[in-house]
Design a protein around this ligand. Structure first.
Ligand SMILES: [Zn+2]
Length: 176
């Protein structure tokens, strides 16, 4: 009984794809979104994390998104919310300021209105930028050269992300 079950399910030959790479289905896109953005990306409006100083810190910083439209012009850098790719847009959710990253005007356009990229591509570009942003915030939060205000804002962003992650996965211990 169990042997036949194993035979049926254990060593199936991989089936050949008939078509070349199929266009991503709605479900695939959702899976990519879920994987990349995670529920931490969006918080209810009432709990939205706002931090004006954190946003202001983007001024003059290098772009971290570096999409195909990147202009590498630090003069155009702002804190990018991802143009809605990290959930949020058009829903009763707003993206937390902790879910931002430094992005030039080219990359802001890429992750928002630009029609030449899929939503999945935009999301990936933004989330990679955000990953780099977390590293930047970690460096600032512990730097003796950063101003106390900058340090506090960076720490706020990291704490907010940790809190969102802990809320998503209660078994995960919050790291100090
Ligand atoms: Zn850029």
């Amino acid at each position: 009984m169990s042997y036949s079950t194993l035979k049926q399910t254990g060593f199936k030959r991989p089936q050949r794809e008939r078509a070349p790479l199929p266009a991503p289905t709605r479900a695939t896109r959702r899976a990519v979104m879920a994987n990349l953005t995670s529920p931490a990306a969006a918080v209810p409006k009432s709990e939205r994390g706002c931090n004006k100083h954190l946003l202001a810190m983007a001024k003059g910083k290098p772009c971290l998104i570096r999409s195909p439209l990147c202009n590498y012009d630090t003069e155009t850098t702002v804190a990018c919310h991802g143009g809605g790719v990290a959930n949020g847009k058009g829903m009763s959710y707003k993206v937390s300021d902790a879910m931002t990253c430094w992005g030039c005007s080219g990359c802001n356009h890429y992750t928002d209105a630009y029609g030449g990229a899929t939503r999945a591509q935009k999301t990936e570009a933004f989330m990679l930028g955000h990953l780099a942003q977390v590293c930047e915030w970690r460096a600032i939060a512990t730097s003796t050269h950063a101003s106390p205000k900058d340090r506090a804002a960076a720490k706020w962003a990291l704490d907010t992300l940790n809190a969102l992650a802990a809320a998503r996965n209660p078994s995960e211990e919050k790291k100090a």
